[in-house]
Design a protein around this ligand. Structure first.
Ligand code: COA
Length: 142
């Protein structure tokens, strides 16, 4: 089951942040102050639950021109490679379509590029470092 909520005063955000701390802060050593960057208040958060258990999350930031920025995409370690990330990405694409968005943009960690390509995202431009991790910009036209 997918649950969507805007902002931080809700259980979905609490669950999203817990997953993000496990994956980005603990597993990938992203500093907590970079992980919690002040944009969660305005973001649309999604969590995929397996029963009552939060297993995957992401957030979307909408721009005025119909572009949505996809960030903080994470699947809990023991639930990876089971198709859950792909399901969540499809849910996000459908949500952006529903909201009449025209473009999704994200900064992919290089190891995750094949994952996003698998769902139709395309690499744009040169690579760069973010939180000391190599990234490329990727886009998806609705
Ligand atoms: N390299 C190559 N292909 C990959 C891949 C990887 N690291 N991870 C997934 N894929 C492919 C799968 O083979 C699968 O292809 P298939 O449909 O042909 O079988 C497809 O992408 C979907 O895989 P799925 O099982 O849904 O991916 P996942 O649930 O394991 O989620 C991540 C993938 C990247 C989100 C997950 O590994 C993760 O959360 N990593 C840690 C956090 C992170 O790095 N997030 C990305 C930030 S940009």
């Amino acid at each position: 089951m997918y649950k969507w909520e805007t902002g931080i005063d809700n259980k979905v955000y609490e669950d999203a942040l817990q997953l993000r701390k496990e994956v980005f802060v603990e597993e990938q050593n992203v500093p907590l102050e970079e992980e919690i960057d002040g944009k969660d208040e305005k973001a649309l958060h999604v969590v995929l639950y397996k029963g009552n258990q939060p297993v995957a999350t992401s957030r979307l930031l909408s721009q005025k021109d119909g572009t949505y920025i996809l960030q903080r995409f994470a699947v809990s370690k023991k639930h990876r490679r089971q198709g859950l990330g792909k399901r969540l990405l499809t849910e996000i694409i459908n949500k952006v379509q529903e909201k009449n968005g025209n473009y999704i943009i994200l900064h992919a960690q290089d190891h995750a590029i094949p994952f996003y390509e698998n769902s139709g995202f395309q690499v744009e431009g040169e690579g760069f470092l973010e939180a000391s991790i190599p990234h490329h910009t990727m886009g998806y036209e609705i």
